[in-house]
Structures are given as C-alpha cells and as structure tokens.
Write a protein that binds this ligand. Structure first.
Ligand SMILES: Nc1ncnc2c1ncn2[C@@H]1O[C@H](COP(=O)(O)OP(=O)(O)OP(=O)(O)O)[C@@H](O)[C@H]1O
Ligand SMILES: [Mg+2]
Length: 450
C-alpha cells in the first residue's frame, strides 16, 4: 500500500514515539500532536488519512477531538486508544463515529492489521466516490431525446475527435459544463486531464497566475513555483467557463497563447510549449458581450471555431418528463409524481433551466418524504400563476379601460422580475420571456426606473 499520512495524538511523548516507530516501519508518514487543539491545527495545515488519538488527554479529550472534526465536515477515520477499564467511553466514541478502538496495553500485530484495514477501506471508498462522480458527470448522463438535444449530441460526436476549439453557449443551467466534459470524454485526449477554470469565480488578480502558473518570487506571496491550469491540461482539455467574465487585458494574453501554443509562467521568461484543447462556455450572448466591451472580438473568432448552442428547457419541454424521472431516480425513497404536478412542471418557464428543475425535484422529494410528489410539493411560483388557478386583476374592476390596466399589470410583473433577478436586465427579460430590447422599451414606455 502506498504511503499514507497518519496523525498520532497523545499527551505522552513516549506513546507518540512507540506509535511513530511502528507506523514508519509500516511505510507511513507520521505527524504527532500533544493534544486535541494541536491536532486540529495540524489537520488544517495538511489533511491526514488516519487519526489515532488517546481518549484521555489534558485539555480536549479524544471524543471531543472526534466531535470537532466531524463538525468541521472532516470524515477522516479515527482510532481511539483507551486504557483498560474505560471501555464504556470507547464505545461512546464508536457511536460518535470513531472507526475502531484499541485497549492499552495493545498488541502490535493486531493494531497493524487494524490500521491497514482501515486505510485500505477508506482509500477504496475515496476511489469509488471519485469514480462515481466522474461517471455521474459523464457522457452517458445526458437525459432527453428531443430534436434539439439530438442535434447537440450529433455536434458533440462530430467535433470531439479533433482539436477544434469549441464555444458552448446557452442560458444558465442548460448543461454547458456537461457538454464540455462529454466532449473531453469522447475525444482522443480523454486519458489526459479535463481542467475546468471558472473565470467568474476567481478574483481578477489571481486568474492570470491560475492560468499560467508562476515562479517563486514572481510577486509577494509566491513562495514556491506553481504550475498553472494550462500546463495541467497539457495533452488534455482546458475548460474556460464564463469566458466573458475574463478581464479584457487577460483576454489579449490568452489570444496570444492560443495562437502560439506556448505559455510563460509569471515571473519567468522561459517558454513552455503546451498542447491543449480549449473549450469555452458563456451564458451571455457572445455578440452582445462584444458590443458591451466584455469580450474581445478577435478572441471570439479564435475560440468560436465551432459553436454548440444549448437550447433553453422551455424550448424542449418534451424532455421534461424524462428529466423529472431521471432526477427522481437519484432520490432515495421518492415514489413517482402525480399527473397534475407533472403538468405544472411542463408549463413552467424554467429560467434556471435543467439546474432549476433538478433543484425543484430534489426539494419536492424531501418535502414529499417518500410520498408521490404532488402540486403542493412544488414551489409557489410554479403553481400560483397557472391559468386554472384564476387570475386576480391588479386593479380591481372599477374601471374597465384596458390599456391602463394592462400597463399596470406589465409594470407590476416587470418590477417583480427585476426584483427576482437582482436588477439584472437580461435575467429579468428571460424571466418575462421577452427580449432584452423589448424590456428596455417597456421600461421607458412605462416610465420605470431601469
Ligand atoms: N440534458 C441533461 N441531462 C441531465 N442532467 C443535465 C442535463 N443538462 C444539465 N443537467 C444537469 O443540470 C445541472 C446544470 O448543468 P451545467 O452545470 O452543465 O449547466 P451550465 O450550462 O454550465 O450552467 P451555468 O451557466 O449556470 O454554469 C448539472 O447538475 C447537470 O448535471
Ligand atoms: Mg456552468
């Protein structure tokens, strides 16, 4: 078994030594801590694969340490050591999630066997989690056979084999990342890495060093060399997510790299050749982004060699039942869905597309607690504005003049859409299912604050 990192927590240095020698002989890396607080610190600095802790220590006890770890969301396996006579507390520790306990004085062989078993199990569990994640994100995980989606699958198959740069566009939640991963998987590069980088989520100042890496001393805080995502993706695929959020100056640099296929780490002038396929995604209209000055036109042409545009869910409603059943299948215990609830889902506008649908199903399955999912388990906005639920006039029927009443209804709905979208015009327009231009026009006409 490869070397693993074991954290030994004991307030007796003699005991630390004994365990250290034994673990090192087994080929593991050992870190010792004299109490619970030190142990928490050590684990924050570098994660451990196993913790062996004494039960009774000055300060934080072994069980308290275990509790803190779990509260921090750390599920590292913990073995509790206990002196003869305090077995009840050891059993207590097992209930809190310790994976084993040993009674002192202990039998070295038995302890070695226990350690090997626990480390092997947890490594297998990690590998399985990883594989399951990979499979869940993979090619075979697309649901939906509508015409527009079949067209998408065809395009993926066509473009995957080469090195063509691909721009994936489409509203939020339509599956752009899923497509990017599928492209990689179906390509001859699938043995190398798929490296995603989200240009919107990474602060401007560090995006450049994330992409290209840096050498020690390149800037304050650069205490050692670091490989960038471009180098990581060598031979594989680099996924530039939310490309339009990349600062313009960096876009110029990226363009140069794409033309020349070499990078320089920050602070170095050594040219490193890279062989990377670029897949980029954006949920903005790229043309609009160009005219807004967010996307360099020359970069757009360099990247948009092949475009896959994902259709919003409301334009392929026939996929909704399959998606619902697919997502319900992932929810343990859920027992189907009523026809009325399915109708609501099929009629809704889905501004958040497949991701929103996934969330709604997850939530409904929780609320339904194993019952059939029904209308009452769905969010209000999906059920309240249905035609058969009746419409209440925003103005009463005192006057039957149509134009001012319609204007007021429009104004109320636009205001609500702006509120829900955090005053983001393009999102609000999508919620209203009108073009952004139409929204601007209406804002002006209705004299609303834009
Ligand atoms: N056709 C599909 N079949 C099954 N699941 C899908 C499909 N499309 C999207 N999903 C799921 O919906 C969620 C959102 O997809 P994804 O992250 O790819 O969207 P996105 O277009 O990148 O959104 P954003 O622009 O917000 O980043 C993911 O959990 C994804 O697995
Ligand atoms: Mg995405």
């Amino acid at each position: 078994m490869s070397s693993q990192r074991v954290l030994v927590v004991d307030d007796e240095t003699k005991m630390q030594r004994v365990l250290e020698i034994m673990l090192q002989r087994m080929g593991h890396e050992v870190v010792c801590a004299g109490n619970g607080e030190e142990a928490l610190l050590a684990i924050r600095q570098a994660p451990a694969d196993l913790v062996i802790s004494d039960l009774r220590m000055s300060g934080m006890s072994g069980t308290e340490l275990l509790k803190s770890l779990r509260e921090q969301g750390n599920d590292v396996p913990v073995i509790i050591m206990t002196a003869y006579g305090t077995i009840e507390s050891a059993v207590e520790a097992m209930k809190l999630g310790a994976c084993d306990y040993i009674v002192r004085p202990f039998d070295v062989d038995a302890l070695e066997i226990a350690i090997t078993r626990i480390l092997t199990e947890s490594r297998m569990r990690r590998q399985n989690d990883f594989l399951r994640n990979e499979v869940e994100k993979g090619w075979g995980d697309f649901i939906g056979n509508s015409q527009p989606m079949q067209h998408v699958y065809d395009m993926i198959r066509q473009v995957a084999p080469g090195k063509t740069t691909v721009l994936i566009s489409g509203e939020t939640g339509t599956g752009k990342e899923l497509v990017a991963r599928a492209l990689h998987r179906a390509s001859p590069r699938s043995e190398a890495l798929f490296v995603p980088i989200n240009c919107a989520a990474i602060p401007e100042e560090i995006l450049e060093s994330e992409l290209f890496g840096y050498v020690k001393g390149a800037f304050t805080g650069a205490i050692k060399d670091r490989v960038g995502k471009f180098e990581l993706a060598d031979g594989g695929t680099l996924f530039l997510d939310e490309l339009t959020e990349m600062p313009i100056a960096l876009q110029a640099k990226l363009l140069r790299v794409l033309q020349e296929n070499v990078i320089e780490r920050l602070g170095s002038n050594r040219l490193i050749p890279v062989d990377v396929r670029i897949v980029a995604a954006t949920n903005r209209d790229p043309r609009q982004a160009i005219s807004d000055g967010r996307l360099r036109e020359d970069l757009y042409y360099r990247i948009n060699v092949f475009n896959i545009d994902l259709p919003p869910l409301r334009q392929r409603r026939e996929d909704i039942p399959a998606l619902v059943h697919g997502f319900l299948g992932h929810q343990a215990g859920a027992r189907g869905i009523s026809a009325a609830a399915m109708r609501c889902l099929q009629d809704y506008g889905w501004p958040g597309n497949v991701r929103e649908l996934q969330n709604v199903i997850e939530r409904a399955a929780v609320l339904g607690r194993g019952e059939e999912i029904d209308v009452r388990h769905l969010p209000l906005e999906m059920t309240a504005d249905r035609a058969d639920a009746g419409i209440s006039p925003p103005v009463g029927f005192a006057s039957l003049e149509l134009t001012p009443a319609v204007d007021r209804l429009e104004a109320a709905m636009i205001t609500e859409a702006l509120k829900r979208s955090g005053n983001n015009k393009s999102k609000a327009a999508r919620l209203l299912d009108i073009s952004e231009r139409a929204l601007w026009y209406k804002l002006k006409k209705l004299d609303l604050q834009g």
